[in-house]
Write a protein that binds this ligand. Structure first.
Ligand code: HEM
Length: 111
């Protein structure tokens, strides 16, 4: 029987995606927190920071990590807890649609 898999077609690759993406999300959150703790935010300062090349690249990486993280994480939870095939299909489709919308939305805002 073909095994039911999440994002990458392999459970162990999904596991790696879940952990690496969690690290990227955690580091991004710490960078944000650090910036707010060390600056008096004005619109110009914030805009300059977020539109700098390193932050654009880091934000793109964070959005990709978020997509992978939410996809694998929610796929795992729904597969474990929603026993009805039809309902799980609907919820997983909604989840995939939501993360793809966030991906395109995020890319449109920043690039
Ligand atoms: C700052 C942002 C985030 C960080 C640092 C983070 C970190 C983590 C970590 C460390 C785990 C545990 C991995 C494990 O041991 O299996 C985890 C699991 C999970 N995360 Fe996140 N996460 C973040 C955002 C999100 C978001 C936005 C979602 C949206 C759906 C999400 C959904 C999940 C789910 C569903 C799991 C459980 C997966 C499982 O039980 O196998 N996370 N996250």
């Amino acid at each position: 029987m073909k095994s039911a898999t999440g994002l990458t077609g392999s459970g162990s690759r999904d596991w790696v995606v879940q952990r690496i993406s969690a690290v990227v999300l955690a580091v991004y959150s710490l960078v944000m927190l650090g910036w707010f703790l060390t600056h008096q935010p004005t619109f110009e300062l914030w805009q300059g920071f977020m539109l700098s090349l390193p932050m654009r690249l880091f934000t793109l990486l964070m959005i990709l990590a978020l997509v992978g993280h939410a996809w694998v994480g929610m796929w795992t939870v729904l597969t474990d807890y929603v026993k009805s095939n039809g309902l799980r299909f609907v919820l997983q489709s909604a989840m995939i649609l939501a993360v793809l919308v966030y991906l395109f939305w995020g890319v449109m805002i920043f690039f």
